[in-house]
Design a protein around this ligand. Sequence first.
Ligand SMILES: Cc1cc2nc3c(=O)[nH]c(=O)nc-3n(C[C@H](O)[C@H](O)[C@H](O)COP(=O)(O)OP(=O)(O)OC[C@H]3O[C@@H](n4cnc5c(N)ncnc54)[C@H](O)[C@@H]3O)c2cc1C
Length: 340
Amino acid sequence: MSNDTYDIVVIGAGPAGLFGAFYAGMRQMKTKVIDALEQPGGQLAVLYPEKYIYDCPGFPRVLAKDLVKYLVEQTSRFNPTMVLGERVMTLEKENGIFKLSTDKGNYHYGKTVLITAGVGAFSPNRLEAPGVAQYENKGVYYFVRDKSIFKDKRLLIVGGGDSAVDWALNMVGWASKITLIHRRDQFRAHEESVAELLKSPVEVKLFYEVKEVLGDGNNVTGAVIFDNRTKQEIKLEVDAVLVNIGFRADLGPIKNWGLVIEGREIRTNGKMETNIPGVYAAGDIAGPENSVKLNLIATAFAQAAIAVNVAKNYIDPSSRIFPGHSSEMTVQEIKPSARL
Ligand SMILES: Cc1cc2nc3c(=O)[nH]c(=O)nc-3n(C[C@H](O)[C@H](O)[C@H](O)COP(=O)(O)OP(=O)(O)OC[C@H]3O[C@@H](n4cnc5c(N)ncnc54)[C@H](O)[C@@H]3O)c2cc1C
């Protein structure tokens, strides 16, 4: 992990963080984005990927997961360094530079910091059953980082939300056999996806939960599931278990960073400056003084743009806060990345 000092380190890759990172790129700031999750998108990615958003400017309607895809594409134009799966635990200033440490034992350095931590760091709800922790990442997974590990495997999926149902459908024809168990008979997933699931080759078992994950010490070999009404157990032969039973969010360590926090909000002024010079906040976590609190994507975008442009001027007081219009910039100024 490089110890480079970035112009701005953005904590959180939800809509505020992604759009902030895009704007930082527009201002030619060296940018790093850190998120506790393995995937970008914040609440859109974990709480409502399959729902339509109707109040995002410019889109009559857009699926949350598609908006995340567009934001990532827009942000990648400037190739920010993306650090996923790391939760920022501490923030302190050393010799004029902000030093952030994460739960992975890494350090990140920035001249400025933008906190776009939303409702807190997301982490997957973990399954509590014998064998689960032992085989985590050795057959038991909470995210699909690499679909190839499920190729031709017998897969057990646990959950009834969008992630569980979408992955079950996605794995049809890829995994050799798919069983989905859900502890209730009501799904939280999108109705159309559930209808598709019930017509698919996926074996769906309702009112079932995991009792134990079995293995040979290195790999998962099976799972014992039980009917939560009758307690009757079934032993399944499976090679992998994908657990998608929701996420929890926790502001946690942010409360110890010396910021003025009221309720779940970091107090800022109208320039999105916190009480710590060089540290800004935007999006759901920001509570600008004398303002109206609207926890919306549109508000998050505007606040992130203000914060980043103010941060640019903080690093380089000779630079203007107003960035100019992107429509009037030259192709060189909007440096396209090779990845697009
Ligand atoms: C069901 C639902 C439907 C919604 N529908 C709409 C809608 O139709 N229109 C609309 O405008 N808004 C809607 N919203 C609200 C909208 O999703 C939020 O306003 C928006 O997500 C806020 O973006 P954000 O970037 O501030 O925070 P978030 O989206 O919460 O992202 C914050 C990110 O920061 C990360 N993070 C937090 N702490 C740390 C840490 N210490 N270290 C590393 N990473 C950290 C989190 O893991 C997360 O990924 C909806 C919300 C919900 C729950």
